[in-house]
Design a protein around this ligand. Structure first.
Ligand code: SF4
Length: 92
C-alpha cells in the first residue's frame, strides 16, 4: 500500500486544508488591524453631535485607528468614542 494514499493521511490533509481555509479571513483582518467601513457602519455624515473629528480614534487629517480607508472628520461609525477633553497646557 502506498503511504501517499493512506486513508488516515487523506483525512488529516483534508482537516488541515479546511482549518487553513477557515483561518485565512481572520488572518487577513488581523494583518490590516482595522475594520472595513461597511462592518463599522461608516457613513459620510455625522450622527447628531458625534463625528470622527471628535472621536478618540480619529487621526487627523483623514485616518482612523480602527477603521480602514480615508476617513472624513465629518463622518461617523458605530465605533465612535468621545475624545477626552485636553488638559490646558501649563496649568497644574
Ligand atoms: S467615528 Fe469611527 S471611523 Fe470615525 S474616527 Fe471614530 S472609530 Fe474611526
Amino acid at each position: 500500500m502506498s503511504t501517499h494514499n493512506h486513508p488516515r493521511r487523506i483525512v488529516l490533509r483534508s482537516l488541515f486544508a479546511t482549518g487553513c481555509a477557515l483561518c485565512l479571513p481572520r488572518l487577513s483582518l488581523a494583518q490590516s488591524g482595522k475594520m472595513a467601513k461597511a462592518q463599522a457602519q461608516y457613513q459620510d455624515q455625522p450622527k447628531g453631535d458625534q463625528k470622527c473629528g471628535n472621536c478618540m480614534h480619529f487621526i487627523p487629517p483623514d485616518s482612523c485607528m480602527v477603521v480602514e480607508g480615508n476617513i472624513s472628520s465629518d463622518a461617523w461609525c458605530r465605533l465612535w468614542v468621545k475624545k477626552p477633553a485636553e488638559a490646558p497646557i501649563g496649568k497644574m
